[in-house]
Design a protein around this ligand. Sequence first.
Ligand code: CAO
Length: 430
Amino acid sequence: MAFLIEIKVPDVGNVADIDVVDVLVKPGDTVKLEQTLAVLETDKASMDLPASAAGIVQELFIKPGDKVSEGTLVVTLLPSTEAVTQSVVEEGVSMAAQAQPVQQAVAAAPVEAVSVAVDVKTESLVDIDSARAAHATPAVRLFARELGVDVQKITTGSGRKGRILKEDVKNFVKKVMTEGAAQGGSGIPAMPSIDFSQFGETEEQQLSKIKRLTGKNLSRVWLNLPMVTYHDEADITEMEAFRVALNAEKSKDDIKITGLLFIVKALVAAIEQFPQFNSSLSADGEKLIFKKYLNVGIAVDTPNGLVVPVLRDVNRKGINELSAELAEKSNKARLGKLMPADMQGGCITISSLGGIGGTAFTPIVNAPEVAILGVTRAKMQPVWNGKEFVPRLMLPLDLTYDHRVIDGAEGARFMAAVKQYLGDIRRLLL
Ligand code: CAO
């Protein structure tokens, strides 16, 4: 009498009416141990039914579309030495060890059938779309889709027989994020890591928090904004004479008036003529947002790095009031006592290196602002007045702007206005 092995749906954890989405064998097929017989799906997961016995399919009891529960007969197998041997050869020693009890059960059974419950494991989930390729289950695919991951890009899965599990999707995302961060914007290759100690003695120093944050922001702006820097010089001979005279009137304890505040006032007057310099692009790049307030950020060099406190409503304040405000904020900046609110709401920034030197530089726009004015050291220069060379104090100015918002001609006109106000500060009263 031929013995038949009955393979039934095992205990799948109190779930009834499980859908049969695919049946992967037909009568006459030789089934190896662990070969997937069918694919079942609940509303939470998809699972394959691997054969825990080898043999030849005698009869199939399920078809796609059926509903099954624990104990439902799936298939009967005719024991076949060839199938078992094949399983042993192909699956290796561990599989052979699993096959053995089945063989023994078949040999010992005096009756027609031996029931073998199918072992269903979560990690044996298969893809119902392509059960034979069996890379990932629908649940894992859905998870991957939610994260925007193409599962085809995950080349190796850590599940049984290389199947892709949720963990693999998570690891893939981590890897891409890490590489992306190292790679930087626009797919630019990461800088190589170099062991400098091979060339001589070195010492590592942690960057300050400000430097790290500023660095990230500057890189982001550098990569996102098409920036142009326009250079010019303003004749500040009279302005400087006036400033020196004003300071001469002050007592030793009064706050000195710095040339920077005249530049702030000239900038503000020019902005009132060219309001696009007091705007920001909307995040989608479709709209310009014009600001009706006028706050100017001043880049301040501190031991911990660069910070930009904001002078508020500069169009409504006089130079004395602004002098006090700049002194207070730059002191607070150097002592590391600025609050976040002190650095928010800027409309345009001035970066002045004039106290140190320089002839020109290219400052980076403090986005979402659209322009920044760089200032370097004023110096006496011979200037041709039509008849002769005369000594004039010339202040180098560098205007960097976001070219998506400001055209080159607008940038040049704006700078001409700034120069005009600095060249004759009486115009600030007009
Ligand atoms: N030309 C010639 N002399 C200048 C000058 C210029 N453009 N700007 C300043 N000076 C002089 C000042 O008159 C002052 O001279 P006295 O000591 O004789 O009075 C001296 O240089 C020092 O000025 P200061 O830099 O301390 O003061 P400030 O008001 O001009 O600037 C501040 C204030 C806070 C902007 C400045 O101290 C600072 O931190 N600058 C660095 C900003 C920076 O790092 N920018 C780079 C950012 S990277 O994009």
